[in-house]
Design a protein around this ligand. Structure first.
Ligand SMILES: NC(=O)c1ccc[n+]([C@@H]2O[C@H](COP(=O)([O-])OP(=O)(O)OC[C@H]3O[C@@H](n4cnc5c(N)ncnc54)[C@H](OP(=O)(O)O)[C@@H]3O)[C@@H](O)[C@H]2O)c1
Length: 299
């Protein structure tokens, strides 16, 4: 089986490729946007690299030719001066789906986010929902996996968590009272690979969250305890953070906007966890946190 991956240099892509490295039954085509990104990818005999723009339909179709499954990971949480949710999620997904059809790719795995909805008032969730709709309407078979906060070496979430847990006192948005269901990226990687291997006709959408619901402030305290530390949690009112972000947004586009603040302070409960349907056994949260700590990340 050959699997093509967009956003292969991101945190999920890197862990997915490490898991695939040197497997004799899978070839991976790792798609990235620059030579600099290509240089960071895990090296293995069964991993080849393509540098391609996600707006270049022909270049993508060439990269995907021979692949049975496309894993679409490219995406952003924060807009920037030259990057929008519309371009990164909606337009890129349309181009990638068109390229899949041109290349004869049979199955798409889209990693999306809890709450994705084309009609959402939150622009990030709306763009992710539109990306899902493009995949669903493509005529290709697809697995859509909606995910919560992802934890694992190299994820933005792990970086923030370890940074916060390393301080004697840390201010958290809303006092960190929102409840999260962090998912281990190794578990997500397993779900992605199972979806590629057992692709069925039609489109299946799953919500996949970690095994434990925990207030974010308690997650920080647990990470600190595993580091042999204590951390005092302070609170930044969400309204004050949004006001500050709105004022900052008058000078600079993107970054920490009220849209992003709403995402990172929203609850992550789901009606039905997709772990069984996706064939994964969830890693205990404490094990996942340990994997993110500096000594473990280096090892
Ligand atoms: N990490 C989480 O907690 C989390 C939670 C829910 C959903 N997700 C979704 O899961 C997927 C994988 O996440 P991740 O943590 O691996 O992301 P990541 O580490 O931030 O990597 C993002 C990838 O997207 C590419 N990218 C950046 N800007 C882009 C743009 N404007 N257009 C197209 N591609 C762009 C990056 O390429 P360059 O390196 O060239 O910039 C990189 O390959 C993403 O779609 C993300 O939205 C993540």
């Amino acid at each position: 089986m050959t699997i093509a991956i967009t956003g292969a240099n991101g945190s999920v892509g890197t862990i997915l490729l490490s898991r695939l490295a040197n497997r004799t039954d899978v070839q991976a085509v790792a798609c990235v946007r620059s030579q600099r990104a290509a240089a960071t990818l895990p090296q293995a005999s069964n991993i080849s690299t393509r540098v391609v723009d996600y707006g270049d339909r022909e270049g993508l179709a060439t990269a995907f030719t021979g692949a049975g499954c496309l894993v679409h990971l490219a995406g952003i949480l924060m807009e920037g001066p030259t990057t929008t949710y519309q371009s990164a999620h909606v337009e890129a997904t349309q181009t990638i789906v068109d390229a899949c059809r041109a290349a004869g790719v049979r199955h798409v795995v889209l990693v999306s986010v809890l709450g994705a909805d084309p009609d959402a008032s939150n622009q990030y969730l709306s763009s992710k929902g539109k990306a899902e709709r493009i995949v669903s309407a493509s005529g290709l078979s697809a697995t859509i996996i909606r995910t919560p906060l992802l934890l694992g070496p190299g994820t933005a979430g792990a970086g923030a968590l370890v940074g916060q847990a390393s301080r004697p006192a840390v201010p958290l948005l809303g006092g960190g009272r929102h409840v999260v269901r962090p998912l281990d990226v190794d578990d997500l990687s397993g779900a992605i690979l199972n979806s590629c291997g057992a692709s069925r006709p039609g489109v299946a959408t799953h919500e996949l969250v970690g095994p434990e619901a925990v207030a974010y402030r308690d997650l920080v305290a647990r990470a600190a305890a595993l580091m042999g530390r204590q951390v005092a949690i302070r609170s930044i009112p969400v309204w004050a953070a949004k006001l500050g972000a709105t004022i900052a947004g008058l000078k600079k586009r993107g970054g920490m906007t009220p849209t992003v603040i709403d995402i990172i302070t929203s609850g992550e409960d789901v009606h039905r966890n997709g772990d069984a349907e996706l064939g994964v056994t969830l890693t205990p949260l404490s094990t996942t946190i340990e994997k993110c700590l500096p000594s473990r990340a280096k090892g």
